[in-house]
Design a binder for this molecule. Sequence first.
Ligand code: SF4
Ligand code: SF4
Length: 385
Amino acid sequence: MQMERTVSRRHFVELSGGSVAALGMLLYRFPEFEQLLAEAVAEIPVIWLQAGTCTGCSVSVLNTLSPKIQNVLVDPVVPGKHFSLRYHATVMAGSGDLAMKAMEDTAEMKGKYLLIVEGAVATKDDGVYCAIGEKDGQGITALEHAERLGRDAMAVVAVGTCAAYGGLPAANPNPTGCQGIGEVLADRAINTPVINLPGCPPHPDWVIGTVATIFLGGLSAVEVDDEGRPLAFYEKLIHDYCQRRSFFDTGKFAEKLSEPYCLFHLGCKGPVSYADCPTRFWNSGTSWCIGASHPCIGCVHPGFPDAVSPIYRKLELTSVSVPARTSTPTSTEAPEGISRPAAIALGVGGYAVGAGVATGVAYAIRKKKEGKGSSDREQSEEAGK
Ligand code: SF4
Ligand code: SF4
């Protein structure tokens, strides 16, 4: 008798059902199997350090839609990997010595925990301006935490523009000497990898997506640009994907916020900001800044806020062409205090450069810039001299 080599769909479903039922019985009869399965889910310990912050970045991440925050904290973020949040001063149940012990116990796991930093780190006067917890009655500065925890972490994720580049606490005149965590570690020759997720606040997807990518494929799976930003979220120039771009191209500019035209003349910083806001949307996919009739304020820009202020002042142009306003002709000047790639994207070689080409040029320049090692902020400072 010849053996039947094929299995019908119906037979397959019956077999599968039987297997699942059998596995269920097995687990019921041998609870240690359940334990083994649970152990197969690796715990990734996470310390979330809040330095000079308004806590807005935490609030943004807590509002993550898919997955919801309870799923992030309770379920595996990706199959087999669980985000084990050991310390977060705002949301953790423990407080005082109990909370500090949770941090200390996790810090013992050298090279195995992920350090998430929110907010800028005050460095002036040994960081005395920001303390988190205490030891033997003495406050421990955020700077001390950043150095110690940053040195032993498997990686550091800087959540928000303040953590990434200094942001608002580092704005001129920066009285407390605030810096982004990457700069703090580099100044102390600590070479733990740092991934920057700028934004004021950053989109929850940028944070959860980056952490999930690390869990899935390790650090090397996160491809970053020369500013340490994951390309998956920060590769595109907002100006190139903006729904109002056709108005920019045809010279139709809003003169007040309620007008549905390009917001360039009202200070839009989309031409110098890299993020996927125009396609990702905010608030559970509801809208985004320009969709809500407000100019992009460049909250993801490495020089935010100084390099992109004032909010409502039009970017100054010196070497690029901008089409004349439908009603009022405008000038052609180069961006002041903004990055060169954005200037290129705006139309070096003539304004006739199309959006797609402009994106390609901007990208090429960004890649080239990596080799030169100059940052947007450095260029902004250059431009500001
Ligand atoms: S200037 Fe701003 S509003 Fe106008 S197209 Fe660019 S990003 Fe959109
Ligand atoms: S549109 Fe601009 S200001 Fe708004 S969140 Fe995106 S980068 Fe920030």
